[in-house]
Design a protein around this ligand. Structure first.
Ligand code: URA
Length: 446
């Protein structure tokens, strides 16, 4: 280990064999934390080549079990978001893809800090279970075309160990370490094709656009070396996605979108991710054709019906699609925030809204903390809208006045109002295609 740490420290390149030995030794307990910590810091400063990053990912995948989706009918697809505020896209996109004939057998995570997690959102539906075994997940995906379950601890144990170490050694925000961490879990979960939603902006991991594109390129390259078809979109996360932030509130908004309505940005992002993935997964057809097909599946009720079947298969109450507010838990306390200035809504800070939702009870500051499924924030105005003094712009929902006060304190500064009309920012900054080709679709600010 000493020689390998020194090699990376001095800017050298580790071989595939060396990387495998490090990971095998670390998981087996023969390589100690202090040496892996030093190596992580050397990687943080020196980076890794695409080859090294792919080798690291492969070694991490090999540290545990992998799921074989080869026996499932249809093309198995997956979706990953690097995490956002109000990002309930999986709840819309997964049933939409299943309605289009693809198979979605997906492992998801829980929310931490200012970002939400798909499992927490789904578990706000009474009865919904996410603790399915891999074989139960596959059986359900065969039956309904769709299953979303909790990430199994048997997959990629190396990531659990490395992430915990990165967390306490200031080495989380290293591009090759993030890319290998995310992609090892995606590769082990078995999908043949996948779409990655790499967020950028103040509420995202990668606040700078160029860093988000670099992460997208690195993850697409890892997929390509592993023989999977991966397309990545770089998308906006300076502002929350949609109007609802908080678990049950987001399920309600997703159901509205599956009914063909919902917030314009949530619908647009779901269609953009789906229409990039469809031709890649099917190896044919155009993005425009895919968009028209998916828009039809939203308006003709097919995606909503698939969501209801999925909820029922996982023990949840399928009537959530008919009347979400009657089925989902409701908050006891509520308050409204009003604008103090008149003008146009220039920005609603995603990080502040995410922190406020967490303080209201919707999220957790530490792993394993309980959450309140009914708590959160509903935004009453969109970007660019005209707003008057005293006009309510957000509703806060919580279990009691104490939580409301904590949320209010963090949300106070989130709204920026401009005297002049404002153009809402683009939603999508670009696409990284499976062959590595990069297409920037909107002006992006580095
Ligand atoms: N998400 C992950 O799974 N891993 C990282 O390193 C960062 C975000």
């Amino acid at each position: 280990m000493y020689a390998l740490i020194r090699k990376k420290r001095d800017g050298g390149t580790l071989s595939r064999q060396e990387i495998h030995e490090i990971i095998v030794g670390y998981v087996a307990g023969t390589v100690p934390d202090y040496q892996v910590s030093a190596l992580l810091m050397a990687i943080f400063f020196r980076g890794m080549s695409d080859r090294e990053t792919a080798d690291l990912t492969e070694a991490m995948v090999a540290s545990g079990e992998t799921i074989d989706l080869g026996a499932l009918p249809g093309i198995s697809v997956d979706k990953h978001s690097t995490g956002g505020v109000g990002d309930k896209t999986t709840l819309v996109l997964a049933p939409l893809l299943a309605a289009a004939g693809l198979t979605v057998a997906k492992m998801s995570g829980r929310g931490l800090g200012h970002t939400g997690g798909t499992l927490d959102k789904l578990e706000s539906i009474p009865g919904f279970r996410t603790d399915l075994t891999a074989s139960a997940m596959i059986a359900q995906a065969r039956e309904v075309g769709l299953a979303v379950v909790a990430q199994s601890g048997d997959l990629v144990p190396a990531d659990g160990l490395l992430y915990a170490l990165r967390d306490v050694t200031a080495t989380v925000d290293s591009l090759p370490l993030i890319a290998s961490s995310i992609m090892s879990k995606k590769l082990a979960a078995g999908a043949h094709a996948m779409v990655l939603d790499v967020k950028t902006g103040s509420g995202a991991f990668m606040a700078r656009h160029d860093d988000a594109f670099a992460l997208a390129r690195a993850m697409v390259a890892i997929g390509s070396v592993a023989g999977r078809r991966v397309v990545a979109l770089v998308t906006e996360m300076a502002h929350p996605l949609g109007r609802a932030i908080g678990n049950a509130l987001e399920v309600t908004e997703a159901v509205e979108t599956l009914r063909g309505g919902g917030a314009a940005d949530l619908r647009a992002l779901s269609l953009a991710l789906g229409s990039q993935l469809l031709p890649v997964a099917r190896r044919g057809g155009t993005v425009e054709e895919a968009r028209a097909e998916l828009a039809d599946l939203l308006s003709n009720g097919s995606a909503l019906a698939r969501f209801a079947a999925f909820v029922e298969a996982q023990g949840g109450d399928p009537r959530v699609v008919d009347d979400p507010e009657a089925i989902l838990p409701r908050a006891q306390a509520r308050a409204e925030l009003s604008a103090e200035q008149e003008g146009y809504v220039a920005s609603i800070n995603a990080l502040a809204v995410g922190d406020a939702a967490r303080a209201l009870g919707a999220g957790r500051a530490r792993k394993g903390e309980a959450i309140d499924p009914a708590a959160g924030v509903v935004l009453l105005v969109g970007l660019g809208a005209r707003i008057a003094v005293g006009q309510p712009w957000a509703t806060l929902l919580a279990a009691d006045d104490e939580h409301l006060a904590a949320g209010r304190a963090l949300l106070g500064d989130a709204l920026r109002v401009s005297a002049a009309p404002v153009e809402p920012p683009p939603l999508i900054y670009g696409v990284v295609h499976p062959d590595g080709r990069e297409e920037r679709t909107a002006r992006s600010i580095s």
